[in-house]
Design a protein around this ligand. Structure first.
Ligand SMILES: CC(C)(COP(=O)(O)OP(=O)(O)OC[C@H]1O[C@@H](n2cnc3c(N)ncnc32)[C@H](O)[C@@H]1OP(=O)(O)O)[C@@H](O)C(=O)NCCC(=O)NCCS
Length: 184
């Protein structure tokens, strides 16, 4: 990679990091947790101590690590931009991660970047509970709506999003995906 190209990438990564760190200030309204008795699972705001397990679970589910700039955002603002599901031993078995995109910032739209549920807990509607719990954390006014993408053909992701209150707004071509919105 030549210097100009590398500089372009670095400055874009820094811009996104800065935008997220600034916009994420004071967007959450409470620190309440929720206990799902049937599943014996606790839903709570994500914290720095959960990050290592979130990354490991993400690698298992998606087969890849976070991009470095994204990791840097979550290292600084995991509490504001994430929620987790914990088992009885406090292990992370699910996560929801959010971020701000430049093009959505003006409309106060927060983007749901990743949702992941450990294989042993899939099919129990945990993604729906965790998403709804996470959405309820955001202060109306500070955030007007939440967006997400469901890739074409990923029926599980699409159904999980729709059951969590998202509606399809448009289809994007690159990558082929549905863009969904949930108003708060
Ligand atoms: C996609 C994912 C988050 C769904 O989590 P989950 O907790 O297993 O899903 P839920 O049990 O909440 O199911 C929600 C809905 O999805 C649909 N669904 C779930 N499993 C399905 C399957 N195997 N086939 C088709 N639809 C399925 C169902 O409509 C279900 O609701 P219903 O049972 O009331 O009909 C989870 O499978 C996952 O972590 N996958 C790997 C990471 C990923 O692909 N994330 C999605 C990108 S946003």
């Amino acid at each position: 990679m030549d210097f100009a190209h590398e500089y372009h990438h670095l400055s874009r990564a820094f811009k996104l990091w800065y935008l997220n760190v600034r916009a994420a200030k004071s967007i959450k309204q409470d620190d309440n947790t929720l206990y799902l008795k049937d599943l014996k699972v606790v839903l709570t705001n994500a914290r720095r101590k959960h990050l290592k397990q979130i990354i490991a679970l993400h690698r298992q589910l998606y087969g890849q690590n976070f991009l470095k700039w994204m990791y840097n955002i979550y290292r600084c603002k995991i509490y504001e931009l994430g929620c987790v599901a914990l088992d009885e031993k406090d292990n992370v078995i699910g996560y929801c991660l959010y971020m701000f995109n430049e093009c959505e910032l003006q409309d106060k739209i927060l983007h749901e970047q990743y949702v992941g549920i450990a294989k042993a807990y899939q099919g129990l509607h945990l993604s729906v509970y965790l998403r709804q719990f996470s959405h309820s954390k955001y202060k109306k006014g500070a955030i007007n709506a939440i967006s997400t993408l469901a890739f074409e053909g990923d029926i599980k992701a699409l159904r999980s999003a729709q059951k969590s209150g998202f509606s399809i707004v448009k289809k994007s071509l690159k990558p082929p995906a549905f863009y969904l919105i949930k108003n708060l």
